[in-house]
Design a protein around this ligand. Structure first.
Ligand code: UN1
Length: 503
């Protein structure tokens, strides 16, 4: 496999940061790496949680009273700067997360889209007027900023998930402290730098947003600090199990975006050409490292053989390797440990009766012993065994078969996670049943597309062990604000509700 040298990647990262206007904050405590070669790029300094939270809390006092449309101006400028620096940001995402160019550019586009959305939202933070039961009274809801929002983001969408939270939180009047994944500090330095610049240019307080680089212990400070009103955390279910109760114990709010174990049902009437494209992108795209990645395929018995054969043929042709090289569709996993986890899961699948039909091998080379290039795998399973019910953050697609649509839905829902789902069918009754109350139990349910690649306009998130949070579009903004119910008496009488009389 032909890979760029670590020194080349180091220079490219430095150049991309310089074009954005940022520098590498060299120091100790955090190592910036690239999964392309598995080697380290820079040694970086870490932040001070105490001082960072205090700064964001201070800025909140002015920001909360800045009119929301004026707050929108900051986000509008951020969107402009993201457009201007789209290619450099995408390059940093490729260097640090290993995404192929098209997907890295797509991630930056997702950031631009949410900025546009949030600018519009800055004039639409609507409250309701409610009919009062009392004469001469007005009953209404007003929405107010919450305070400091702590954003803990994962490596796989190192910038887009930050932007969903940050663009919306900022127009809502909150200030933000961002603790990015330890695997992706460089893209966060670039994005935070552009936001700093947007703040300077639009006259917003500099400290409306603070980047907090560091390890897990720094993230824990954010989780435990009572000045952080909302902790929005993306990561594994294991992480969420710790974060949720800790934030709740101090009566803080949390917004959790955790593991997925996403499935597609393929019905006998499905357009198999279309389904195949959707399945391969959702299962092997991003090297299986999206929380929306397709991990389970539930196929009707009559078409299982044909679909699996075509899938295996498509998998055999997947170009794996340097994400910068033209034509590559599958880049590296984030770490050698991730490849190890994938190998363990495949071994367990075999022990549970599974048969590996395609992929599963690794393409580690002597040149790069720490890089993790794996062949996406298709595994036929006799049943939904233990390994199938777990999320393995790697490209493994388990194939299960069904006879009746009820059985397919039951299999679909019989996992602990509830993020994304889809059905491929041309039978409208089946499609509607999948979307109905007794259908998919996920936060995202699609028809005739895969499980990944959601647009920002909808609310993003899932149920059960996925954590219940909703981010991004629709009315997800409400999680970033507090609601006040206002009753105004404009009459000259004091009337009590519920016909109570007193005095
Ligand atoms: C994630 O994997 O954490 O729907 C986010 C998608 C992307 C976002 C994924 N828009 O696949």
């Amino acid at each position: 496999m032909n890979l760029p040298s670590t020194e080349t990647l180091r220079q490219r990262a430095r150049a991309a940061l310089a074009t954005v206007g940022a520098t590498v904050p060299e120091g100790t405590g955090l190592t910036a790496r690239t999964p392309i070669t598995g080697e380290s790029l820079f040694e970086l300094g870490t932040g001070d949680a105490e001082a960072t939270i205090a700064a964001a809390e201070g800025a909140f006092r002015t920001w909360r009273s800045t009119p929301a449309p004026a707050r929108g101006e900051l986000v509008r400028r951020l969107g402009d700067l993201l457009r201007e620096h789209k290619s450099q940001l995408a390059e940093l995402i490729t260097i640090e997360a290993g995404k192929i160019e098209s997907e890295a550019l797509g991630e930056v586009q997702e950031m631009i889209d949410i900025c546009d959305f949030a600018v519009g939202l800055s004039r639409q933070l609507y409250g309701r007027t409610i009919a009062s039961e009392r004469p001469g009274h007005r009953l209404a809801e007003t929405w107010h900023p919450l305070g400091v929002v702590g954003v803990i983001s994962a490596f796989n969408f190192p910038a887009a998930v930050w932007s969903w939270n940050t663009a919306v939180a900022l127009v809502c009047g909150d200030t933000v402290v961002w603790k990015p994944s330890e695997a992706t500090p460089l893209i966060s330095i670039a994005a935070a730098h552009l936001l700093d610049r947007a703040a300077r240019e639009t006259g917003a307080p500099r400290e409306v947003h603070r980047l907090l680089l560091g390890d897990r212990a720094i993230g824990e400070q954010l989780v435990d600090d009572p000045r952080v009103a909302l902790v929005s955390a993306t990561g594994s279910t294991r992480m969420g199990r710790e974060v949720g109760p800790r934030v709740a114990a101090r009566f803080g709010r949390s917004l959790l975006e955790l593991g997925g174990n996403n499935a597609s049902i393929v019905a006998p009437s499905a357009d198999l050409d279309l389904a195949l494209q959707g399945i391969v992108f959702a299962a092997a795209g991003t090297a299986g490292q999206r929380c929306t990645t397709l991990r389970r395929l539930i196929v009707h018995r009559d078409i299982a053989e044909e679909l699996t054969e075509r899938l295996v043929a498509a998998y055999r042709k997947l170009p794996i390797g340097d994400p910068f090289a033209e034509g590559t569709l599958v880049g590296p996993l984030i770490s050698a440990t991730a490849a190890e986890t994938m190998r363990d899961a495949l071994r367990q699948a075999e022990a549970e009766g599974g048969e590996i039909l395609a992929g599963g091998g690794s393409r580690l080379t002597e040149q790069t012993p720490d890089a993790a290039y794996v062949e996406p795998a298709v595994v036929r399973m006799p049943a939904q065994t233990q390994v199938v019910r777990e999320e393995t953050f790697a490209p493994i697609l388990y194939v299960l078969t069904y006879d009746s649509f009820d059985e397919a839905i039951a299999l679909h829902n019989a996992v602990p996670q509830g993020l994304s789902s889809s059905v491929f069918t041309r039978d409208q009754g089946e499609a509607e049943r999948f979307l109905a109350a007794e259908g998919s139990d996920c936060g995202i349910a699609n028809v005739n597309i895969g499980t990944s690649g959601a647009e920002i306009g909808g609310a993003f998130g899932g149920e059960k062990e996925t954590g219940g949070g909703r981010e991004s579009g629709s009315d997800a903004w409400r999680a970033y604000m507090r609601r006040a119910t206002n009753t105004v008496n404009y009459s000259t009488q004091l009337t009590l509700a519920q016909n109570v009389s007193f005095l």
